[in-house]
Design a protein around this ligand. Structure first.
Ligand code: FAD
Length: 394
């Protein structure tokens, strides 16, 4: 049988979902190219910087695609030509009938002076581990330091009170308390500021959610400072309109832009946060009003209503797999409809807020629900035995 080729770029939420669905079609050769041998489960990253017992954050692509009709190539993609239907990696150019671009997003520093060089991030397992090691090192180093030095060394600033910053600040507070005990440092030496440019935390949520989350953060010992934009970071000094803070730990969670690879795809229109403008079938729009046929953009890279969320990337991956199957069968493609989303945002250990439309609930039950959502997702990409190993194998 003359097989067609589908190349998926990116082994994250959207790419993995698309590959798992597409490989069921025996008329296709499915190739997934990723610069990371692992699928990283970003919603679990905060736990790496906290006191939580066990965090599942990384699954080898080889495990996900074991016994599946998918060839995994571990290389960085340098360019994609939609019209020529080619994907160029560091060592080869692959031609394909279908291309799925699922390259996600990266941190945006908005040109703020000193930020890129000094700030920690939370956008990968490596960054989360680096931050954890740094925080522990700060406590270790300042256990016997003089007071002035210790308060600066144990001052942590998290910029951005969106879901990531809020969750992280809560985890850091608990982790910091644990380390204070371990290194016999009074807890009062430690400061955690969560700084936000908008008037309230989680500004995209209702005022009720912001207020409940704010109270939870305060209970955990996090200082919340709103209406403040970061101006610059210089020599461990973080500067806002009304103050300069001496802090040895700054975590930047306030900016995101599409993966730099999109700059190397000719003829695209970029929208908000440099996301790629797409037509009704998630194909990239061109400046002349047409679209690039049989190239599909999914997840964070696509300029869709709910882009920027894992659940959207998963929906997109599934949609695109259906679109490719329809093309192969010469059937009419269904139009893409953004799916309603729910938020489950953790704030420190074992406490979450769940929001779906106007329905909101908080606390340990919401956290339990989050754990169920995580498990359900792992079961959607792995056999039960592998999920069991993820949770219980040391
Ligand atoms: C800390 C954190 C917590 C989050 N929590 C939640 C949450 O609770 N709920 C939620 O819905 N969303 C959450 N998100 C957002 C969610 O993780 C993203 O929306 C989602 O990962 C987007 O999926 P994607 O497939 O578009 O990209 P990604 O999952 O980022 O995957 C992109 C893939 O492309 C690969 N890649 C990139 N460039 C190249 C290249 N040049 N060549 C080859 N491969 C490349 C990467 O290695 C990666 O495998 C969170 C994000 C973060 C950072």
């Amino acid at each position: 049988m003359d097989k067609k080729k589908a190349v998926i770029v990116g082994g994250g939420f959207g790419g993995v979902k698309a590959a798992l669905e597409l490989q069921k079609n025996k008329k296709l050769d499915v190739i997934l190219v990723s610069d990371n041998p692992n699928f990283e489960y970003y919603p679990g990253l905060h736990k790496l910087v906290g006191v939580s017992e066990h965090a599942v954050v990384s699954i080898p692509l080889a495990t996900i695609f074991k016994n599946k009709n998918v060839t995994v190539i571990l290389e960085k993609v340098m360019g994609i030509d939609g019209d020529k239907k080619t994907v160029t990696t560091s060592s080869q150019t692959i031609s394909a009938e279908f291309i799925v671009v699922a390259v996600g997003s990266q941190t945006e520093y908005f040109g703020i002076s000193g930020l890129k060089e000094m700030a920690f991030g939370l956008k990968s397992v490596a960054q989360a581990m680096e931050l954890r090691a740094h925080v522990e090192e700060m406590f270790q180093k300042h256990a016997k330091a003089d007071k002035a030095e210790a308060v600066m060394g144990l001052h942590m600033v998290v910029v951005g009170a969106g879901p990531n910053g809020t969750d992280l600040a809560g985890e850091l507070a608990s982790f910091g308390r644990m380390l204070a005990k371990k290194y016999a440092i009074p807890e009062t030496m430690m400061t955690i500021d969560l700084v936000e440019g908008a008037p309230r935390v989680l500004p995209m949520m209702s005022e009720n959610v912001s207020m409940r989350v704010m109270k939870r953060l305060q209970r955990l010992g996090v200082d919340v400072l709103c209406n403040r934009d970061l101006r610059k970071e210089e020599g461990w000094t973080v500067e806002f309109a009304d103050m300069k803070i001496g802090a040895k730990t700054l975590v930047w969670t306030a900016g995101i832009t599409t993966n730099e690879l999109v700059k190397n795809i000719p003829g695209l229109i970029l929208g908000k946060k440099n996301r790629i403008a797409v037509d009704d079938y998630l194909q990239p729009k061109k400046t002349d009003g047409s679209s690039i046929q049989n190239v599909f953009i999914v997840g964070d890279a696509a300029d869709t209503k709910f882009s920027g969320l894992a659940q959207t990337a998963i929906t997109d991956g599934s949609f695109v797999a259906n679109a490719v199957q329809s093309r192969l069968a010469n059937k009419e493609l269904k139009k893409y409809v953004p799916q309603p989303i729910a938020y489950n945002i953790g704030v420190g250990p074992r406490w979450s807020v769940f929001v779906m439309g106007t329905f909101e609930f908080f606390g340990i039950l919401a956290y339990a629900m989050r754990s169920l959502i995580d498990t359900r997702f792992f079961l959607s990409i792995l056999p039960v035995g592998e999920v069991w190993k993820l949770y219980f194998k040391k």
